[in-house]
Design a protein around this ligand. Structure first.
Ligand code: ATP
Ligand code: MG
Length: 226
């Protein structure tokens, strides 16, 4: 099976000298193409830090990271940007929607950035709004939505461009069971239909049970080596 991500002895320190915090220490694992992997661990164990590194939002202090076999350290700024825009979908702990854009516009935005035709955008966004039960909220602004609705918009926005890697930080945090299920089903559908790989940080037993495999972080170290 193809290796989507490979982390070799990744360490992340925040700050310098005696005030520095080691958020990740000696983390190695592989995420294969089409795999749906859960990252479990208590608050402060380094889950978001790890996801930020995997998603090219942050750099490790030490170690090697390969994305589709390419050493990330060798990528230039614009190549990293292209990867993030085209190939990686993010679902954040705090949804991070664009406040001045409607639900429809927020979901359409990644397609617009990738040069998709207006007709295709309308088709894809309307279909996804329908699947996520958000069609009646299409013209609303994020501030007019409930927490769960915002989270669903965040999931839709990450999945709309059918990225090969989806990084989700507590994707079900503010969802009730029914909507958590719908969000997860959608993620699974993309996973099966297009072989997208998923890296999902979660405390939610429901989410973890539906992943192929899990790894556990404790104080920045991997508990169960993958
Ligand atoms: N920008 C930063 N500067 C300094 N320390 C940070 C920074 N971001 C995170 N940390 C520290 O790194 C450690 C890991 O944080 P991280 O956010 O990755 O944990 P987490 O597992 O995602 O926690 P949670 O479940 O609460 O989201 C914590 O001790 C945190 O205080
Ligand atoms: Mg976190």
């Amino acid at each position: 099976m193809d290796r989507r991500l490979e982390l070799e002895a990744i360490t992340k320190r925040y700050g310098r000298d005696k005030n520095s915090i080691t958020a990740l220490q000696d983390i190695s694992f592989t995420l294969f193409a089409g795999e749906f992997l859960a990252i479990q661990g208590p608050s402060g164990s380094g889950k978001s830090t790890l996801l930020n590194i995997c998603g090219l939002i942050d750099n490790p202090s030490d170690g090697d990271y390969y994305l589709n076999g390419v050493s990330v350290a060798q990528l230039g700024v614009s190549e990293r940007c292209t990867y993030r825009r085209r190939d990686i979908g993010f679902i954040f702990q705090r949804h991070q929607l664009i406040p001045a854009m409607t639900v429809y516009e927020n979901i359409a935005y990644p397609l617009l950035l990738n040069g998709v035709t207006p007709k295709q955008i309308r088709h894809d966004v309307n279909q996804l709004l329908d699947t996520m039960g958000l069609e009646h909220r299409r013209k609303h602004l994020p501030k007019q939505l409930s927490g769960g609705e915002r989270q669903r918009v965040g999931i839709a926005r990450a999945l709309i461009k059918r990225p090969q890697l989806v990084i989700a930080d507590e994707p079900s945090a503010s969802l009730d069971h029914q909507h958590a299920h719908a969000g997860l089903q959608l993620m699974r559908k993309l996973n099966q239909a297009y072989g997208a790989s998923f890296l999902v940080a979660s405390h939610d037993p429901f989410v973890i049970d539906h992943c192929d495999r899990k790894i556990e972080l404790l104080d920045g170290r991997l508990e169960t080596p993958a």
